[in-house]
Structures are given as structure tokens and as C-alpha cells.
Design a protein around this ligand. Structure first.
Ligand code: HEM
Ligand code: HEM
Length: 187
């Protein structure tokens, strides 16, 4: 039997953090990719668009760190029937974690290299500087931030495609395990 048909559901906290990451990712990508289009077509200033991108990115960084901790602490509870398909899914999940963390740190470095600190919304505080102001660092870091972004989109497309394939073609419980309702049994 396909292990995904019998594998237990994720815990509520992992499901909540997953869907929170999805909404943060969606808003920060829209703000990042469509920033020129948005500011050209509307009266929204670039500053506000970047507040959404940077604020969303820093929130995603925090949520991803918490997710990584929760994931590490629940590792032993994994299903016993571990297949090659599971191994591929885990490799993709791991790569998503690494790329998100790398992408957010690169964004943080861009802001610092441009001579600014990353603000902590609603607190008046700022995140510490990772690098000091350095105009020569900006262009290469923006380039790598862009490349990492596309690598992440590619992996997420694969990830979402796989989730839809499981649900509509294989018709197993993979998507249901990450759903708030229809939980067979929590890990
Ligand atoms: C997973 C998280 C992130 C993704 C996928 C992402 C993606 C992107 C993309 C696609 C762009 C547009 C690049 C271009 O115009 O060619 C961009 C720009 C930018 N991002 Fe991010 N970003 C993320 C997180 C962050 C974070 C956490 C920060 C800051 C703390 C940040 C700061 C910036 C800045 C300052 C720019 C403008 C760069 C420039 O001057 O052209 N990003 N990001
Ligand atoms: C509509 C979009 C999405 C759907 C339908 C979806 C669906 C799923 C499903 C069904 C799983 C469980 C897979 C399994 O048990 O093998 C999963 C896990 C995972 N997803 Fe997504 N996902 C989506 C978007 C995203 C996005 C945008 C991210 C990154 C920000 C992401 C990151 C992850 C990670 C890291 C895991 C591994 C589980 C964990 O560590 O908590 N997903 N997703």
C-alpha cells in the first residue's frame, strides 16, 4: 500500500506554520516581483511595496526558523514505511528551508549594504547589521537574491505540482495530512 495512504497527519502547529508561510511567501513575492508594475500603475509608493516585501520576508525568516525547530523535534515520530518517494519529498522540503533562509539573509545583507538597518515593524527597533554599508556589495548580492528567488520558485512549483498530483491523480492522503480538517491521526 502507498505509505501516503496510511501516513499520519502533521501536528496542528506544523499545519498552521505551513499555511502561514504560504501566505507570507505569496505577499512578499507579489510585492517583490510586481513592485515596478505596482508603482507604475498605481499611486502606491515604492517604499510601501518594499515594506511589505521586507516585513513579509523577515516574518517568513522567523516562521521558517520556528518550523525548522518544530520539524527537528518531531523527527522521530516519522512514519515507519519510508520510501524513495518520501526521500525525494524530504530532499525538496530541506532545499526549500535552505533557500528560504539563504534568500532572507541575502535580502537583509542588501538592505545593510545600501546603508540601512532592517526595521522591526511596530517596535521602533532595528535588526542588527549583518554587514556595514558597502555600495560595491549591492549589485552582486541583488543578483544572487534574484537567482535564489528563481530557484525557490522552481522548487515550490515542483512541490505544489506534487501535492496536486497526489491529491488528484494518486488520490492519496498527502494533501489531507497538511489540511486543518480531515486529519487521520496527529504525529
Ligand atoms: C523568501 C524570501 C524572499 C524572496 C523570494 C525574495 C525575492 C525577491 C525578488 C524576486 C526581488 C526582485 C529582484 C529584482 O527586481 O530583480 C527582490 C528584491 C529585493 N528584496 Fe527580496 N526576497 C525575499 C526576502 C527578502 C528579505 C527578508 C529582504 C530584506 C530583509 C529582502 C530585500 C529585498 C530588497 C532590498 C530588494 C530590492 C533589491 C534591489 O535593489 O533591486 N528580500 N526580492
Ligand atoms: C498551494 C501551495 C501549497 C500546497 C498545496 C502545499 C502542500 C503541502 C503538502 C501536502 C505537504 C506535505 C507533504 C508530505 O507530507 O510529503 C507540504 C509540506 C511542506 N511544504 Fe507545502 N504546500 C504549498 C506551498 C508551500 C510553500 C509556499 C512553502 C514554502 C514557503 C511550502 C513548504 C513546505 C515544507 C517545508 C513542507 C514540509 C513539511 C514541514 O516541514 O512542515 N509549501 N506542503
Amino acid at each position: 500500500m502507498n505509505p501516503a495512504l496510511i501516513a499520519p497527519a502533521y501536528s496542528r502547529i506544523r499545519i498552521f506554520l505551513h499555511w502561514l508561510s504560504v501566505s507570507l511567501m505569496l505577499s512578499l513575492v507579489l510585492a517583490g516581483e510586481a513592485r515596478h508594475l505596482l508603482t507604475n500603475l498605481t499611486a502606491i509608493p515604492m517604499r510601501s511595496v518594499m515594506v511589505v516585501h521586507i516585513g513579509g520576508g523577515m516574518a517568513l525568516l522567523a516562521v521558517t526558523l520556528v518550523r525548522a525547530l518544530v520539524r527537528i523535534s518531531s523527527r522521530r515520530a516519522r512514519s515507519a514505511a519510508f520510501s524513495l518517494q518520501d526521500a525525494c519529498a524530504h530532499a525538496v522540503h530541506l532545499a526549500i528551508y535552505v533557500l528560504i533562509l539563504g534568500e532572507c539573509l541575502l535580502g537583509w545583507i542588501i538592505v545593510n549594504a545600501k546603508g540601512f538597518a532592517v526595521p522591526m515593524p511596530y517596535t521602533g527597533l532595528e535588526f542588527p547589521l549583518l554587514v556595514s554599508a558597502d555600495p560595491a556589495l549591492v549589485a552582486p548580492t541583488v543578483r544572487v537574491h534574484d537567482i535564489f528567488g528563481w530557484m525557490l520558485y522552481g522548487l515550490l512549483a515542483l512541490h505544489i505540482g506534487a501535492a496536486l498530483w497526489h491529491h488528484f491523480v494518486a488520490r492519496d492522503h498527502t494533501l489531507a495530512r497538511m489540511a486543518w480538517r480531515q486529519r487521520p491521526q496527529a504525529l
